[in-house]
Design a binder for this molecule. Sequence first.
Ligand SMILES: C[S@@+](CC[C@H](N)C(=O)[O-])C[C@H]1O[C@@H](n2cnc3c(N)ncnc32)[C@H](O)[C@@H]1O
Length: 398
Amino acid sequence: MDLEAFVALLGPRGREALAEAVASLQEGVGAVTAARRLRRSYDAPLTAAALTQAELRARAVAKFGADAAVMYFTPDGLEQATRAEVAAHRARRFRPGTRVADACCGIGGDLIALARAGCVVDAVDRDPLTVEVARANAAALGLRGVSVRVGEAAEVDPGAYDALFADPARRSSGRRTFDPMAYSPPWPAVLGLAARSPAACLKVAPGIPYEALPAGAEAEWVSHKGEVKEAAVWTGALATGDAGADREGPFARRATLLPSGETLTADPALGPPAVGPVARYLYEPDGAAIRAHLVAEVAAQVGGHLLDPHIAYITGDEPAVTPWAHRYEVLETLAFSLKRLRAALRARGVGSVTLKKRGSALDLERLRKDLRLSGDKSCVVLLTRIGERPYAFICAPA
Ligand SMILES: C[S@@+](CC[C@H](N)C(=O)[O-])C[C@H]1O[C@@H](n2cnc3c(N)ncnc32)[C@H](O)[C@@H]1O
C-alpha cells in the first residue's frame, strides 16, 4: 500500500470501500470473491487498499482489541506496534500533562497509550506513509494533544520536552534484529537522545545485552500472558527508586507480569541461589524474571534451589504458588537418552507429551517424532543439563 492509496482510503469513497471489505471478510467470503464484489464499485487500487486494510484490522484485534475496528495499519507498522496492554502499562508511569517527544512513533501504538494517559505527544517517524497512518489513528480514536510529522529522530530536541519516548525499529531487511547497533535509529543515537532528556522510556528487545544498558537507568522486562514481549529502559525522573541495582551491575532491574501488573525487583540481601539435587517439584520461572536476572528472587519465593548454577530451573519440596513460576511435580528423573526416555514414557502409557527445555540443544519437534508415542496418558518432560550431563524429568501434566 502506498501513500496515495492510503490517502484515498481516508476519503468518503475509501471509507465506504473499507466498510464493504470488512463486511465481506466478516461474512467469511474469500479474498478473491471480496475483491470481485468491490471491483463492481471501486477501481483496482482502492479495492486492493481496502482489502489489505480490512485484513490488517482483523489481524490487529489481537494487539488492539476493539480499537482495531477503527484503526489503520501497514503490515510492518502492525508487526512492530506495541500491544495495547503493554503500551498502557508503560504509559501509566507518565504523569498527565507530561510533554513527550516520541522519536520514532510507527503507526502510533505507544503514542495512543501516552495520549490516553493524558500526555501531550509530539511524534515523528521517518516514513511518510507510517506518519499518515499514525495521524489517522489519532483522529479515529479522538485523541487530543497529539501531533505527528515526518522527521528524523536525530532532529528531535529532547531538551524541549519533559520526557522522551523511543521505540527504535528492530528489523533489518525485513528480519528481526537482536543487535542494538542494527536498531534504527541505532542504539547509541537513542542513548544520546535520552542523555539530553530529563527522563526517557526506551523500548528494546528483551534480549538486549546487559552491556548495552546505561548506568543509572532502570531496565524492566515485561511478559504478557506468560510470554516475554519486550524490555523498557527508564531514565531520569521516570526510573523508579524501588528497583534495586545490585549484583548484576550499575542499573536497576524489574520484571513485570501483564495483565496482572505484578512486579518483581532485585533483593540486594539475596546472594546467588543455592544449587542442589532435584526435589519433588520443578519450577520454571517466567521469562521476564529470567531476563531480569531475578531467578534468585523467585527461588527464595518458592523455597527452592537451582539444579545447575547457569540454568533457570528451580527445584524444591514445597508445592509453592507464585505468579513468577510454573510448578511441575517430578515423577521420574532420567539421565537423558532417547531410548531411555521413550521406554519410560511408553511404560507410563504416555501418548501426549509437552516438551520443554532449558540449556539443552535438543530439537524438540524432532525428539517428539523420534519418541513415536501412542498411549492415552499425558505428561510434561523438562529437558536440561546439570553440568555437562543431559537429564530428562518426567513430570505430571500441568
Ligand atoms: C518499532 S517502530 C515503532 C512502533 C511504535 N512504538 C508503535 O507502538 O506503533 C519503529 C519506527 O521507527 C521508524 N524509524 C526508524 N528509523 C528512524 C529514524 N532514524 N528516525 C525516525 N524514525 C525512524 C520506523 O519507520 C518505524 O516506524
